[in-house]
Design a protein around this ligand. Structure first.
Ligand code: SF4
Ligand code: SF4
Length: 430
């Protein structure tokens, strides 16, 4: 998961789509580009849908297998894992690090510590740079940094996010999970007795105790746990899984992996620490029985709702008109009487082209007898751009009673299928 999430995170901003960055949340021009999709502020509904999908996915995955997000995909876990890997590479394993930390200053200690922090800082700054690259074109950002032309805000965000990575993954580590992240606190509300969680098989493991490899644990009245404490040493939050489920457990499975290697070495069956459910442990279910209970009604309901929303969003995206129009009555120009006694109202039409090619649009208006547009009725809008055009609308004298009347602008794309109707009002003065 570290490789997968980081290849996506670091790689995605460098992928091009036509003439532009494939994924770019351009806040400056208020447009989100996601491969072939161009989203405007008016498309907020899709962002809302995305958040609903994220929340429901969290409920679903947590109900199935506990804190999967925390253990495998949360940036805090992933960057801590990367920083630990660098630490091990430069300073050796835990025992070697502890030995060196207790020793006085030496050339070796200085160069190893310096190398570790340099690598951490490089990763952090690169992470900050990549993060900002999702909000400003990353290639321009790189050129600006090389030429020292980046704005002070650009530097601020790169360094801010870089510093947060360095501090959180290098020093804060499990303290973030234990004391800062609210998710640990409400996880228990999403668990039930059929949720898969990392569990220590106390029945099989206890009484724990060290023994020689050849010794028969039955004769020594010992369980399978050899009390090597490796499961505690590898735990990123420093807890002992043998004490049962604790809110600090992020479900990373590191203790299960290391315990399996211990079981292999001493020649016992694997799975002393494993993914299991409370019901499975109590009823001694087989793996097949456990899995059958994991897919329970609650999971089916979550999955159905999730699939329904995903399908609805995709259908809506496929059917959406690839342009947007906002009609605003021009408040600077009130309704007025012009030549031949006609009544004129002026509007401002903002047209947003959400396609990747230049488009021509045609306007018509209806709602009152003989209502006409007297200004230009066709406009060109460049790909992914927006323009605002003034539109004059006239009605003959006596077309309707004085007052406010509902009218509709019909906007049609001449280059691709799509038609929109926007409501407005036409004022006839007394
Ligand atoms: S790693 Fe396994 S054997 Fe070692 S202390 Fe933990 S549970 Fe016991
Ligand atoms: S107890 Fe095991 S699964 Fe939980 S956080 Fe520690 S190592 Fe990860």
């Amino acid at each position: 998961m570290v490789w997968l999430t980081q290849i996506v995170f670091y790689g995605l901003p460098w992928v091009d789509w036509g003439q532009r960055q494939a994924v770019l949340f351009d806040l400056g021009v208020r447009r989100f580009y996601i491969f072939g999709l161009v989203l405007y502020p008016q498309d907020l509904i899709y962002m809302t849908g995305l958040l609903v999908i994220a929340a429901l996915s969290l409920f679903l995955f947590t109900a199935v297998a506990g804190r999967l997000w925390c253990g495998y995909a949360c940036p805090q876990t992933v960057y801590t894992e990367i920083f630990l890997w660098v630490e091990k590479l430069v300073e050796g394993d835990r025992a070697a690090r502890m030995r060196r930390d207790e020793m006085g200053l030496s050339t070796e200690k200085i160069w190893r510590k310096t190398a570790k922090h340099t690598l951490w800082l490089l990763i952090s700054v690169w992470t900050g740079f990549t993060f900002v690259g999702y909000f400003a074109p990353i290639k321009d950002l790189a050129t600006d940094i090389i030429g020292n032309n980046m704005s002070s805000w650009g530097y601020f965000w790169v360094l801010f996010y870089g510093f947060a990575t360095y501090g959180n993954a290098g020093f804060m580590r499990e303290q973030v999970c234990k004391h800062m992240c609210p998710y640990a606190r409400f996880q228990s509300a999403m668990f039930d007795k059929d949720t898969l969680i990392v569990t220590y098989d106390a029945e099989r493991g206890e009484p724990r105790g060290a023994r020689s490899k050849k010794a028969d644990p039955g004769k020594l009245n010992l369980g399978a746990c050899v009390d090597c404490s490796l499961c505690v040493q590898v735990c990123p939050t420093g807890i002992d899984i043998r004490n049962g489920l604790q809110y600090e457990c992020i479900g990373c499975g590191a203790c299960a992996d290391v315990c399996d290697t211990v079981m292999d070495k001493v020649g016992y069956a694997r799975g002393l620490v494993k993914y299991s459910t409370e019901n499975a442990m109590t009823n001694h279910w087989t793996a097949k029985q456990t899995l059958r209970h994991v897919f329970r009604p609650r999971i089916v309901v979550y999955t159905s709702i999730l699939m329904g929303i995903v399908v609805a969003i995709f259908v809506s995206l496929a059917m959406r008109t690839p342009f947007k129009v906002n009609v605003v009555r021009d408040r600077g120009v009130m309704a007025r009487v012009v030549e031949a006694g006609k009544i004129e109202n002026v509007y401002r039409l903002q047209v947003m082209n959400a396609t990747e090619s230049d488009q021509h649009y045609k306007f018509t208006v209806n709602g009152l007898p003989n209502l006409v547009i007297t200004s230009d009725v066709t406009f060109k809008v460049e790909s992914t751009k927006a323009i605002t055009v003034p539109v004059r609308v006239q009605a003959p004298f006596g077309a309707a009673e004085p007052g406010s009347h509902e009218i509709h602008f019909e906007i049609e794309s001449l280059d691709s299928p799509g038609k929109l109707s926007e409501k407005s009002t036409f004022i006839i003065p007394k």
